[in-house]
Design a protein around this ligand. Structure first.
Ligand SMILES: NC(=O)c1ccc[n+]([C@@H]2O[C@H](COP(=O)([O-])OP(=O)(O)OC[C@H]3O[C@@H](n4cnc5c(N)ncnc54)[C@H](O)[C@@H]3O)[C@@H](O)[C@H]2O)c1
Length: 390
């Protein structure tokens, strides 16, 4: 069984799907790894380290695709909307593909993947259960993003975070507000506190309150309640515009009194709600910073420009895309561990064995035998049940 690791092709992407450290455990389960030359370079994993762990390194991308039974990627076609399409002709019927596929993105793109005949597993669809925790790439990348958002905010702010009492006077601590206390938001709270800031956070899911407080953050309570705030999987549900309008109104003071605002409020498959308006930005002190982790999905701040950093009304708004890729060493290490755990569960006795009774297989399987087979995805796009539904 050969697992192929092509070099990531999305412009500026620095991560790699497997790092040398996971090769021994794949090897023990009968999986040999074939890596495209230079695949790990930008993440800090040179070809020589892969070779030392027994991988075959080849310069030919086509050779990887033609030899591999399983392709492990970070951004596959779907999530790689720039260059991902070029891999479609290289995929073949029955070949397993594992990676970020943006399953709630565009149905037409998913159809293109399905037509290759590949058996594609989308890491975004991993159940958020204790058993699947070691395979949860969304959590891994969100952890990296939450950390990096604080670092970017601290680096841009013309103040320091910790409170200091010095001979030159007293410095008051920086204040960081996090909107959206999911995995990224919680990591942002922990990081901001480690740097000495006073951290507070808001989330519309009541369950987030305890998690925020357990990290030493103050939970911002708003006198509004979301209708069915979270779905069965724990994800936030989309709310009506009236709810978002009230949120904006009530969040105004909290935003105005913080130095750094990190927004990470997203709803799966939906455009991110605008929670910070231009007027709210105008009330912030000059030099304040907003780091909008929802930028790729439209942004939580009205003034965010996707992929850019702008200064508006004296406030720097960072709308960088693909933040996890800017910490490629650890992002790749975590992702590789997630993919490896997944493959160890999928490959038994040297064969890919899809077990529909296993929710990890069933929920992540996106395309199979030329069709989009995932129930959640088909429902999301309003498609009728598949001939062979996962
Ligand atoms: N193994 C596990 O059990 C496990 C692992 C990871 C995550 N989870 C759970 O999965 C869920 C999703 O986590 P995630 O980090 O992927 O979330 P996410 O990235 O989908 O969303 C980020 C946060 O934004 C919040 N949000 C959305 N709209 C908002 C609004 N209008 N106002 C305020 N906040 C808003 C969400 O409630 C969420 O907390 C959570 O319930 C989390 O606890 C469970």
């Amino acid at each position: 069984m050969i697992v192929g690791v092509p070099r990531e092709s999305y412009p500026g992407e620095r991560r790699v799907a497997l790092v040398p450290g996971v090769l021994p455990s794949l090897g023990k389960a009968g999986m040999q790894v074939m890596v495209e030359a230079g695949a790990g370079n930008s993440a800090g994993y040179p070809d020589s380290e892969y070779s030392e762990k027994g991988a075959q390194v080849t310069a030919s991308r086509a050779e990887i695709f033609s030899n591999a039974d399983i392709i492990a990627q970070v951004l596959c076609h779907g999530s790689n909307d720039k260059t991902g399409q070029a891999d479609l002709p290289l995929l073949r019927n029955g070949q397993v593909l594992v990676g970020f596929l943006r399953p709630l993105g565009a149905a037409a793109t998913l159809e293109e993947i399905a037509r290759t005949g590949a058996t594609a597993f989308s890491v975004e669809l991993m159940p958020r259960t204790t058993r699947a925790q070691s395979m949860d790439a969304l959590s891994s990348m969100a952890t990296i993003c939450g950390y990096k958002a604080v670092v970017m905010g601290a680096n841009t702010l013309p103040r320091i975070f910790p409170m200091l009492t010095t001979a030159a006077g007293t410095i008051t601590p920086g204040r960081v507000l996090i909107i959206g206390a999911g995995v990224a938001g919680l990591q942002a709270i922990a990081t901001a506190r480690r740097l000495g800031a006073v951290a507070s956070a808001y989330d519309m899911r009541p369950a987030a309150k305890e998690q925020v407080q357990s990290l030493g953050g103050r939970f911002v309570e708003l006198p509004i309640e979301a209708k069915d705030a979270q779905d069965a999987r724990g994800y936030a549900t989309a709310q009506g515009e009236e709810f978002y309008r009230k949120q904006r109104e009530l969040l105004g003071d909290a935003v105005a009194t913080n130095d750094v605002v990190i927004t990470a409020a997203v709803v799966p498959g939906k455009k991110s709600p605008v929670l910070v308006t231009a007027e709210m930005v105008a009330r912030m002190a000059p030099g304040s910073v907003i780091v909008d982790l929802a930028a790729e999905r439209g942004g939580n701040c009205e003034l965010t420009r996707g992929g850019e950093t702008v200064v508006e009304r004296g406030v720097t708004i960072i709308g960088e895309f693909n933040v996890a890729s800017s910490v490629p060493y650890h992002a790749s290490q975590m992702y590789a561990k997630n993919v490896t755990s997944f493959l160890l569960n999928l490959v038994k006795d040297g064969k890919v064995q899809i077990n529909e009774a296993d929710e990890i297989h069933r929920e992540t399987l996106l395309t199979h035998d030329g069709e989009i087979v995932n129930v959640r995805v088909r429902e999301f796009f309003g498609m009728p049940a598949a001939a062979k539904e996962a």
